[in-house]
Design a protein around this ligand. Structure first.
Ligand SMILES: [Zn+2]
Length: 214
């Protein structure tokens, strides 16, 4: 089976890899942020509950999050497998997940901090249309100006270098117990994500290897 959980810090590039793997194996890429949005848009009872928390800017409680995930994983498109991204975040969530779904592989994306900080803090976003650039890897034709709409490019506050460092520290602290938990179970494979975007194939290869050998 291809029931896969993806772990990795913000900016590590796991989202891009997930899209490639999802397409290749015809399994859905399920990110926790997206399914909250889906649940809310669907106007189900569950969605309404989720919306109350999101509207207040509060964290959706564990029990509710688990239920949203459970219902999503029951859908037909998950029969062959899925790539779960952004869940679980805690050991408690991992144990809940285990009750209704057998996870075959945990892919733990890692990259050196320097690279992640460079990736995230080099990003510039268009104020007008939301297009994303990178000062080094994907620069606009004219510095500070959006190619598509001429809007002004800015650096999001959560992408400033010192904020990125803080986010990484928080991520590490929160996720370390979960990584240890899965490592002890023997289902976790570390994926070396220290490659530039044009060498994404090297990261995908490692994922495929892990899936095959698991
Ligand atoms: Zn724009």
């Amino acid at each position: 089976m291809m029931n896969i959980v993806l772990l990795g810090a913000p900016g590590v590039g796991k989202g891009t890899c997930a899209e490639v793997l999802a397409k290749k194996h015809s399994i859905p890429h399920i990110s926790s942020g997206d399914i909250f949005r889906e649940a809310v848009a669907g106007e189900s009872e569950l969605g309404k509950k989720v919306k109350q928390y999101l509207d207040r800017g509060e964290l959706v409680p564990d029990e509710l999050t688990v239920e949203v995930i459970r219902q999503r994983l029951e859908k037909d498109d998950c029969k062959k497998g899925f790539l779960l991204d952004g869940f679980p975040r805690t050991i408690a969530q991992a144990e809940s997940l285990k009750k209704f779904s057998k996870i075959d592989h945990i892919l733990n994306f890692t990259a050196v901090k320097k690279l992640i900080v460079e990736r995230l803090s080099g990003r510039r976003t268009c104020r007008k249309c939301g297009a994303i650039y990178h000062i080094k890897y994907f620069p606009p034709k004219l510095e500070g100006v959006c190619d598509k709409c001429g809007g002004e490019l800015y650096q999001r506050s959560d992408e400033a270098p010192d904020v990125v460092m803080k986010r990484l520290a928080v991520y590490e602290e929160q996720t370390k117990p979960l990584i240890d938990y899965y490592r002890n179970e023997g289902t976790l494979t570390d994926i070396d994500a220290n490659y530039p975007a044009e060498e994404i194939g090297k990261i995908i290869e490692q994922c495929e290897e892990a899936i095959k050998n698991g």
